[in-house]
Ligand binder design. Structure first.
Ligand code: PLP
Length: 392
C-alpha cells in the first residue's frame, strides 16, 4: 500500500482522497453536506478548525483536499465559479501592474481582463502564447501575471507550458504563470509539474461533468501564493455552497472513466468529420493534421471531448446544422456527459472584439463540439444527418 496519497494512481485518488469516513462521528462513507454557517468555539477564538462557512466549510475542505491531490498540488481553493477563481487571481494585482494573456481565451476571461482589470489601470497585452519567444518579448518589469489556457477555447491551440514557464522565470521572475486547465482536467494534464505557479479550472466543466453545478478552483504548490489567495477567497467571498461541493465531490468520482470515454469518442468524431465532404477543416490536437500534435502528445496523456470544425458555408449553413442536430444539444458550456454543440462567434465568444475574432479564425462557419459519453456511432450518425441538412 503506498505510504502517501500522492503515491496512489489517479483513478484511486479520485475516489478516495478527502473521503475518509473517520472524519465524521457517523463514519459516513461520503462526506456529509455540512450546511452550518457557523461553528461552536470551545472558548473565544478557540475553534476546532472551522469558524464561519465563508472562511472554511467541512464539505468544501474535503473537495479541496481531493482537488489538490489530483493536480499533485499542496493546496486547492474552491470558488463560486471559474470566473470567481480568475477574479481572485486578478485581485493579487495592483494598479500599474501588467498581465500578458494568451489572445485565444474563453470569452469570459478575456472580458474580465478587458472590462474589469484594464479600467482599473492594470495593463493587459494579448499575445500568441503558442510561441514562447512572443511571450518573452511581451514581458516587462511590471509584469505580474502571465495567463494561458491550453488547449485554448475555442481554437484548440497548445501552449508549451514548460517553455513558457522557462521564459517567464528568466524574463519576469516576479510574475506568476497561471494555466487554465479546464479543457484537459487534471486527468490528462498537470501544469504545476511543467512549471506553472497556479492552475485554474472551471469545475463547471469536466471535473463536475454533469451540467448541474457552476464552480471554479485554483491549485498551487506555493505557500505564499496560497496564503494570499486563501485570504482573498474569504475577503472577496465568492465561495461555493456546501451543497454544490457535495455534488462535485460526487460527480468527480467518475472523472477518470469519463475522460477516457470523452477522449475516445471525440477522436472518432474528429476522424469522421475530417473525411466528410461538407467539412472544410477539423481542429483537434489528437489529429496528425493539428500543427501542434506532437507537443500535445508530449504535454498531455490524453485529449478531452473538445474539438471544432469549419463547415462549408457561413452563418446560414451553421444555423441549419445546429438546428438539425438531435442528440447534440445546442448550448453553451462543455465537458459534461451529454454532447453539446455551439457557434462561438455569436455565443461563447460574442464578447471577443470582432477584429480579434476575425484574426483568430472564429468565423460564423466555426462550430465547437463538446463530445459526450454516448455511443459514438449515434453521435456520428447525428452529425452526418445534420451536415446534410446544412446545405438544404
Ligand atoms: C476554459 C474556461 N475557463 C474558464 C471558464 C469560466 O468558468 P465558469 O463558467 O465556471 O465561471 C470557462 C467557461 O466556459 C472556460 O471554458
Amino acid at each position: 500500500m503506498p505510504a502517501t496519497d500522492q503515491e496512489l494512481s489517479f483513478e484511486t485518488k479520485v475516489v478516495h482522497v478527502g473521503q475518509d469516513p473517520q472524519q465524521w462521528n457517523s463514519r459516513a462513507v461520503v462526506p456529509p453536506i455540512s450546511m452550518a454557517t457557523t461553528f461552536q468555539q470551545r472558548g473565544p477564538a478557540d475553534h476546532a478548525g472551522f469558524e464561519y462557512s465563508r472562511s472554511g466549510n467541512p464539505t468544501r475542505s474535503c473537495l479541496e483536499e481531493l482537488l489538490a491531490s489530483l493536480e499533485n498540488a499542496k493546496f486547492a481553493m474552491c470558488y463560486a465559479s471559474g470566473l470567481a477563481a480568475t477574479d481572485n487571481v486578478v485581485h493579487l494585482l495592483e494598479t500599474g501592474d501588467h498581465i500578458v494573456a494568451f489572445d485565444d481565451l474563453y470569452g469570459g476571461v478575456g472580458r474580465l481582463f478587458r472590462a474589469c482589470a484594464m479600467p482599473k489601470g492594470i495593463e493587459v497585452d494579448f499575445v500568441d502564447a503558442r510561441d514562447p519567444q512572443v511571450v518573452a518579448a511581451a514581458l516587462k518589469p511590471n509584469t505580474k501575471l502571465v495567463w494561458v489556457e491550453t488547449p485554448s477555447n475555442p481554437m484548440m491551440k497548445i501552449v508549451d507550458i514548460a517553455a513558457v514557464s522557462a521564459a517567464v522565470k528568466k524574463g519576469a521572475p516576479q510574475a506568476i504563470l497561471a494555466v487554465d486547465n479546464t479543457f484537459m482536467s487534471p486527468c490528462f494534464q498537470n501544469p504545476l509539474q511543467q512549471g506553472a505557479d497556479i492552475v485554474i479550472h472551471s469545475i463547471t466543466k469536466y471535473i463536475n461533468g454533469h451540467s448541474d453545478i457552476v464552480m471554479g478552483c485554483i491549485m498551487t504548490n506555493n505557500l505564499k501564493l496560497h496564503e494570499k489567495l486563501r485570504f482573498l477567497q474569504n475577503a472577496v467571498g465568492a465561495v461555493p455552497s456546501p451543497f454544490d461541493c457535495y455534488m462535485v465531490n460526487r460527480g468527480i468520482k467518475t472523472l477518470a472513466l469519463r475522460m477516457q470515454r470523452h477522449h475516445e469518442n471525440a477522436l472518432k468524431v474528429a476522424k469522421f468529420l475530417e473525411t466528410h465532404p461538407l467539412v472544410e477543416k477539423v481542429i483537434h490536437p489528437g489529429l496528425e493534421s493539428h500543427p501542434q500534435h506532437l507537443l500535445a502528445k508530449r504535454q498531455c496523456s490524453g485529449f478531452s471531448g473538445m474539438l471544432c470544425f469549419y463547415l462549408k458555408g457561413g452563418l446560414a449553413e451553421s444555423r441549419k446544422l445546429l438546428s438539425a442536430l438531435k442528440l447534440f444539444t445546442l448550448a453553451e458550456s462543455l465537458g459534461a456527459v451529454e454532447s453539446l454543440a455551439e457557434l462561438p462567434s455569436v455565443m461563447t465568444h460574442a464578447s471577443v472584439p470582432a477584429e480579434l475574432r476575425a484574426r483568430l479564425g472564429i468565423s460564423d462557419a466555426l462550430i465547437r463540439l463538446s463530445v459526450g459519453i454516448e455511443a459514438v456511432q449515434d453521435l456520428i450518425d447525428d452529425l452526418d444527418q445534420a451536415l446534410a441538412a446544412s446545405q438544404k
